[in-house]
Design a protein around this ligand. Structure first.
Ligand SMILES: [Zn+2]
Length: 250
């Protein structure tokens, strides 16, 4: 059931045939873990909060630096030096007091991450490095928790969705089996703000669709966005039966 203030707040959702009151109740009962409160996490967390996802768990261990403000649009110049999860929690509570927000201000160990995944319906990987992505992927495979991965560098964005609740799901490690393959990141290569913002926004869109039970167009696919031409390329990600992370679950 929705309260009267919720009916007003989400009225534009309630008009949609694919959402309606039952869909909004599904969003209200959902728990989503977002790892990384940077350029991807900024729009992803704000859109999911605005959409009425009932419980958001935010994880990051960084403090805001002035060089973050060019793309991490949830924050302000006066916030420099503060913990990003603390800032984002405050921002979300001001945006939507109807939802619950919990923040984790540490670099999660594998065991802590596994525990958080047991409580989550869905995970958004909004981190900026290969080691974190591999660890999150591995934990999601183990916990059978669906995972939406975003990444961006220079003018290029990447978007993937692995529904680990399904036995035939591929995983991030099937696609990138070599952990130390990519050393490029925003710090040493640069990125355009709207490119990373586009990918974070689409992670939120895919999350909402998943929680509503709507089909995803990107399951077991890698979508690559070219910020110069605005073209998208789509590649199928085949489950690798020999994958050291998900192969045993084939
Ligand atoms: Zn795999």
């Amino acid at each position: 059931m929705l309260t009267d203030p919720e009916i007003l707040r989400y009225s534009r959702h309630l008009l949609l045939e694919d959402v309606g009151e039952s869909g909004q109740v599904s969003l209200k009962s959902a728990k989503v873990l977002i790892v990384g409160m940077g350029g991807l996490g900024s729009p992803a967390a704000l859109y999911l909060a605005a959409a009425g996802i009932g419980t958001l768990v935010l994880s990051d261990f960084d403090h805001l630096e002035v060089s973050n403000l060019q793309r991490q649009i949830a924050y302000q110049s006066c916030d420099i030096g503060a913990a990003k999860v603390t800032l984002m929690k405050q921002r979300i509570e001001a945006l939507n007091p109807e939802i619950r927000v919990r923040s984790i201000n540490t670099q999660m160990s594998e065991s802590q991450l596994s525990m958080e995944l047991m409580l989550a319906d869905l995970v958004l990987d909004c981190t900026d490095n290969m080691a974190s992505r591999q660890m999150i992927n591995s934990a999601c495979v183990q916990a059978k928790t669906p995972l939406i991965v975003g990444a961006a560098i220079r003018f290029e964005g990447q978007l993937m969705f692995f529904d680990h609740s399904k036995a035939d799901s591929a995983c991030y490690h099937c696609l990138f089996p070599n952990n130390d393959e990519q050393v490029l990141n925003c710090s040493n290569s640069g990125v355009l703000g709207p490119v990373v913002g586009t990918i974070g926004t689409l992670q939120a869109l895919e999350a909402i669709k998943y929680l509503l039970g709507l089909p995803s167009g990107i399951r077991n696919k890698l979508k690559i966005f070219d910020g110069k031409t605005l073209d998208w390329q789509t590649f199928a990600i085949n489950k690798d039966p020999k994958c050291s992370v998900c192969g045993q679950f084939k």
